[in-house]
Structures are given as C-alpha cells and as structure tokens.
Design a protein around this ligand. Structure first.
Ligand code: TRP
Length: 457
C-alpha cells in the first residue's frame, strides 16, 4: 500500500483552525435541528442528556480525529493508512477513511438542498414576498416551493457552486478566507437576533420551552438515540472532516484546548438558536412545529406578521446560510483531499469535479420532495421522501455511529501509547486516563447500544 507525500499546508494559526472547526460544527444541525429536538423531547432533561453525550462521547472522539489527522498528515484515507502501517495493524481499519469520505459526500448531497431552501427564503424575506401574509399562505408557499423541482434545483446548484468555489481556492485563499470572514459575521448576526429575542419577544416562554424539564419524555429510549446521533452530527465527527482539518494543524497546538473550545462554541450556538427561535414563535402566538416546518413555516409566519419582520427575518436566514456554508465546505474537503493525492488533477479541477458528483446525487433529494417522491421503509422505519430519507438514515443512523465506534476503537486499542500521549499533550495525566476510558469503553459500547436500539426498537 502506497502512502502519498505528507500534506505540507498548515492553518496560519491555531485560531484559524478553531474558527474552521467551529464553522464545520455550527450548521443546520445547531439552528434547525437542535431547538425542536430539545423542545419536543423533554426540554431541560434532554439538554442535560445531550450535554453528557457531547462530553463523554463527542469530545473524546473529536480529539481523536484531530490527532489522527495531524499524526497522519494526509487525507483521512491516507492518514489512517499511515498510522496502520506504523502500528502494524490490519488494513481493514482503512474502512474508517473510506466510509467517512463517502458519508461526507452523501450528507452534503442533501445538506446542499436544504441550504438551497435557506437561500430561497433569504430572497423571499428580503424582498418582502411573505410580509403580511396569513399563516396558511406562508405554509402553503413552502409546500409549493419544495415540491417544485425547477426552483429548488436552481438554489441547490447555486449553493454547490459556492461550496466548490471555496474549496477550489485552496486552504489559504479559500477555506481560511471564508471562515475568517464568515464566522465573525455569524457571531454578530446571532448576537443581534438574540438581543431582539430578549428585548422584544417572549423570552421567558422560550426559556421555559427549551429548559423546563419533562422527565417522562426524556427517559424514552428514542430520546437517548437522538441525543447521541445528534452529538455526532453537530460536532461533525465520525467522518473524517475533523481529521483533514487536523492534518493542517501546526505541530505544537494543544489538541485538548482547541477541541474543548469548539465543543463549547457549538453548544452555545445551539442553545442560542433555541433562545432566538422560540421567543419569536411564542410572541407571535404560534406553536413550534417539528422538523423543517419550524424554520420554513412557523418562523416565516412570525416574521410575516411582526413589526420589523423583513429585517429580522433576513438576518435570520442569512445566519442560517452562513452556518450551512462553512459546514458544507468541511463535508467535501475529506474527499477533495483524497482525490488530490490520488489523481493529481489540481485543487481547482478536483473541487469542481467532486462538487459536480455531489450535485448530481443531490438532484435525487430534490426529486424526493417533488411529485417523484416515493414511500420508503427500512427496518420498520417508514418515511415519505424516498431517496432523501434513505440517505439520511444510511448516514446518520448507520455510517456516522459505525465510523465513530471504529475511530474510538482504533485510537483506544490499536495505536501505540507513546504515539498518543505525545500528541494529545494533555495538561494532566488524569485527563489522559479519562480520554482512554472514553475511547476504549464508553464511546464504543454506548454508541453500539444506542445504535442497535434505534435499528430494532
Ligand atoms: N455539523 C454540521 C451541522 O451541525 C454538519 C456537518 C458538517 C457534519 N460536517 C459534518 C455532520 C461531518 C457530520 C459529519 O449542521
């Protein structure tokens, strides 16, 4: 097995790495998925379960991925390959790299479609197309929009062009520039919206919905399953994105500190998103819906009827779009870095070609919201939107958990101790021991149990 040359490029500082990794983590998952999951699944208790998953499973795996990337200094496939070689392990572990790369591309194929909806809603809001409309018309517009493949295709295409465009410019001129500009903008938008929610909306009703504990709901098995699954998704772990970002990390950066900042930032954004969305929804006398409806029907209804709705609504959709953009970049970078090493076509050509492939797969998702949709069942889970649901289940219920388990086992049992201790550079020995227990036992066993329950429950 041949291993290509080491990656030479580096982030220009550890802060840029932290921005990029936070940009990857903060995405549609935080702003769109987390708030309604928490609200529906028992409020404060769910938030606690979720925080436990993030700390016990998410953070250790995130650190492990960054470490594997930096030690291997290659695309996920080749970084893992190199560590396999150094530790004399079986080549079967290469599966981690391959499946991660594929999962990223598959997730991006539908992620881009939803990000495309966000672009369309930015335009609808800023041009005042929804202003003053009654609730049923706002909702009706969404249904008409997503089931019109022509419109959705245009936005999906635009978003994939934006994503490939950044990747094509490379690390310094593409990824670094994008995150340096987009992440501070995201923070400002978020703070602006939060101050509106606190001063002008029904903040206490929002806090109540998000945090009031409901023990009965939170102990249902399904809730634990969604909490762990979401921990993987929201931290962008288990598919090599953090490995390739780690491969560009300068040598001396302490991994624990950087990873901890990313985890805290990601969690804060998720909580703030809830504290923006729910107060606005309640202040306008609406009930929070589940799923895509919350962001694309309920919230636009609130913006349509509240004073200043065009302004705040536009800020909100731009926020969502920027968050999706910095995540999308990280979903494709593992595949781009691998193809670069393998085919030597140059960064630009590689990024456009792979973007094209993902775009094509995404067309299937576009279709699955239109008249072409078909019902799909798998292991007793029945969904309405055919291909879209199939890809979602395949990636988030199967590929991400399996990838996470394998990464943890690989680092915990296969890699040599010296290799890891030197790399992690943990401030205390006890932290190293905690990390080790987490990757050897807690993460693999916990995730396996959850996965099996979710598949067969
Ligand atoms: N974390 C992003 C979100 O919350 C999505 C994402 C980006 C992702 N990169 C990933 C999910 C890698 C899984 C794996 O929206």
């Amino acid at each position: 097995m041949s291993v290509p040359e080491k990656i030479q490029a580096r982030w220009s500082s550890r802060w840029v790495f932290i921005l990029a990794a936070t940009g990857s983590a903060v995405g549609l998952g935080n702003i769109w998925k987390f708030p309604y999951m928490a609200g529906k699944n028992g409020g404060g208790v769910f938030v606690l379960v979720y925080l436990a998953c993030i700390a016990l499973v998410g953070l250790p795996i995130l650190m492990t991925e960054i470490m594997i990337g930096r030690k291997g200094r290659g695309s996920p496939v080749n970084a893992v390959r190199k560590l396999i070689r150094e530790s004399g392990a079986s080549r079967a572990w290469e599966f981690i790299g391959w499946s991660g790369m594929l999962a990223g591309a598959l997730i991006l194929s539908y992620y881009s479609v939803i990000a495309g909806w966000t672009m369309a809603y930015t335009v609808k809001t800023v041009t005042g197309q929804l202003a003053g409309l009654p609730p049923d018309q706002v909702s009706g517009q969404f249904e008409a929009f997503v089931s019109d493949p022509k419109q959705v295709l245009v936005w999906h295409t635009a978003f994939m062009l934006m994503t490939s465009g950044v990747l094509a410019r490379g690390l310094e001129h593409g990824l670094e520039k994008a995150v340096k500009f987009l992440m501070p903008s995201l923070l400002l938008l978020m703070l602006g919206l939060l101050s509106y929610a606190i001063t002008n909306a029904d903040f206490s009703a929002g806090v109540n919905f998000l945090f009031a504990p409901d023990f009965e709901k939170a102990i249902e098995p399904g809730v634990l399953v969604s909490a762990i699954g979401h921990a993987f998704f929201t931290l962008s772990i288990a598919m090599g994105a953090m490995m390739i970002y780690g491969a560009y990390l300068p040598d001396q950066t302490p991994i624990f500190g950087a990873a901890a900042i990313v985890v805290v930032a990601d969690t804060l954004v998720a909580l703030c998103a809830g504290l923006i969305i729910f107060p606005i929804v309640f202040a306008n006398g609406l009930e929070p819906a589940e799923g895509p409806g919350l962001i694309f029907q309920t919230l636009p209804t609130a913006f349509a009827q509240m004073p200043g709705g065009v302004f705040w609504g536009t800020l909100f959709f731009v926020l969502l779009l920027l968050a999706a953009w910095t995540s999308a970049i990280s979903l494709l970078e593992p595949a781009v870095s691998w193809a670069l090493e393998r085919f030597h076509l140059g960064r630009s050509m590689t990024s456009w070609l792979l973007g094209g492939v993902v775009w094509l797969v995404g067309v299937l998702t576009v279709m699955s919201f239109s008249d072409w949709a078909f019902e799909f069942s798998f292991l007793g889970i029945t969904k309405e939107n055919g291909i879209f649901d199939m890809i979602d289940i395949l990636t988030s219920i199967i590929m991400l958990p399996v990838g996470g388990i394998l990464i943890a086992l690989f680092a915990g049992w296969v890699l040599k101790r010296e290799m890891i201790e030197e790399l992690l550079g943990l401030p205390h020995d006890s932290l190293y021991r905690i990390w080790r227990v987490a990757v050897r036992y807690v993460a693999p066993v916990g995730v396996a149990i959850v996965m099996i329950t979710s598949l067969f429950a």
